[in-house]
Ligand binder design. Structure first.
Ligand SMILES: Nc1ncnc2c1ncn2[C@@H]1O[C@H](COP(=O)(O)OP(=O)(O)O)[C@@H](O)[C@H]1O
Ligand SMILES: [Mg+2]
Length: 353
């Protein structure tokens, strides 16, 4: 008997709409459980024995301080869901871990997987940031809230080592002492404003990384979003930008991989890196009890089956580094409005869990 398929998410969302379309095309009944029901203490018995996909809730706030509170509630909800006895497409504990940029970077580093270079220091103030940058002689960095996504609060910061001039690129701004997320990347070079903004940002709890120069196409830099599921690349798209932050909702352009003129071998390297990164979650004590990853099928009920990777292609060498792993990073407009292959493959796999 195939398991019932359940989607946890927001019923009026593109994700639920298109996952639902995939399920009905394949003749698979789908039960949608909303985040509101979970917040009201859903009886986990409803998930018993099911194959379950967990989509993210929608946060309706632009204030970064409020986002932090919502995120904490979300993390708690994921911990609650983790107790359900069902087979998850991606287990809630792993989704939760991938929300933590430091934990992800450390896990991948420990497994010898190439990542962006993250400073080990917990940097809490602008003074400390400047000291660390001087010490490391690293004058271009990314400052990123440790747990946020969608470029919220992501800032690229440059300090001129000679004259001390500063430049900051970010899509958040200060308004009435509050950090507000916008959908437009702006560049600032006024020292006092930069210090105020960075100070607020760092107080939220951030990671700091070396700013790695990205490969370019027609004078604009890009990185790659790879949807990797069941052991293969299901979708790959370049995100091209005239600024240093490439997330697509910031008015950046999606470009077909074939237009980048990269060597074919690059896809094999990307596949290997993504595969190893998914497997880095197998050894976690939280994975105990689930079935082992089978080389032949690539489907692991209860393991990490799908990840949206942000991959950086280094400017001069073409080497790949993982920027981040998104445990729910599978919403690709070109795919849902096209053949809807990503969700169909998930439904097909989940009914076999
Ligand atoms: N260390 C880095 N070097 C160069 N670019 C980076 C670096 N870290 C992030 N970026 C850029 O910023 C974007 C957003 O960063 P990311 O870590 O993916 O945060 P988010 O979770 O908000 O998407 C990346 O897609 C990339 O374009
Ligand atoms: Mg990202």
């Amino acid at each position: 008997m195939p398991r019932p398929v359940v989607l946890i998410g927001e019923s009026a969302s593109k994700r639920a709409d298109y996952f639902g379309k995939a399920a009905s095309l394949l003749g698979v009944p789908l039960d949608i459980v909303s985040w509101e029901e979970i917040a009201k203490g859903l009886n986990l018995g409803r998930l018993k024995g099911a194959a379950v996909k967990v989509d993210p809730p929608v946060f309706q706030t632009a204030r970064l301080s409020q986002m932090k509170g919502r995120l904490e509630a979300y993390q708690a909800a994921l911990q609650y869901l983790a107790q359900a006895s069902c087979a998850f497409l991606n287990p809630p504990w792993a989704i939760c871990q991938m929300l933590d940029k430091r934990a992800t970077n450390q896990r991948l580093t420990a497994h010898g997987i190439p990542v962006t270079e993250m400073f080990p220091e917990e940097i809490r103030s602008v003074g400390q940031l400047l000291d660390v940058m001087q010490e490391k002689r690293c004058y271009s960095v990314f400052v990123k809230p440790r747990y946020f996504s969608g470029a919220a609060g992501v800032a690229a910061f440059r300090l001129h080592p000679g004259n001390g001039k500063m430049r900051l690129y970010t899509s958040c701004r200060l308004s009435g002492g509050q950090l507000i997320n916008t959908k437009k990347l702006a560049c600032q070079d006024r020292r006092t404003e930069i210090i105020m903004l960075l100070g607020q940002l760092l107080s939220l709890g951030c990671v700091v990384e070396r700013w790695h120069p990205k490969a370019e196409l027609n004078g604009k830099s890009y990185d790659l979003r790879v949807v990797f599921q069941f052991g293969h690349i299901a979708h790959i798209v370049a995100r091209q930008s005239s600024g240093p932050v490439t997330n697509l909702h910031l008015n950046n352009q999606a470009v077909a991989f074939s237009r980048l003129g990269l060597k074919q071998g690059m896809l094999d390297v990307a596949t290997l890196i993504c595969k190893k990164a998914c497997a880095a979650y197998d050894a976690d004590p939280c994975s105990r009890g689930r079935e082992p990853r089978k080389e032949a099928s690539h489907i692991v009920p209860g393991g990490v089956n799908m990840v949206g990777f942000d991959l950086l292609v280094e400017k001069h060498t073409g080497n790949l580094r993982i920027i981040e792993m998104n445990g729910q990073g599978d919403l690709i407009y070109q795919d849902i409005y096209g053949e809807n292959q990503i969700y169909q493959e998930q439904v097909r796999a989940m009914k076999e869990f």
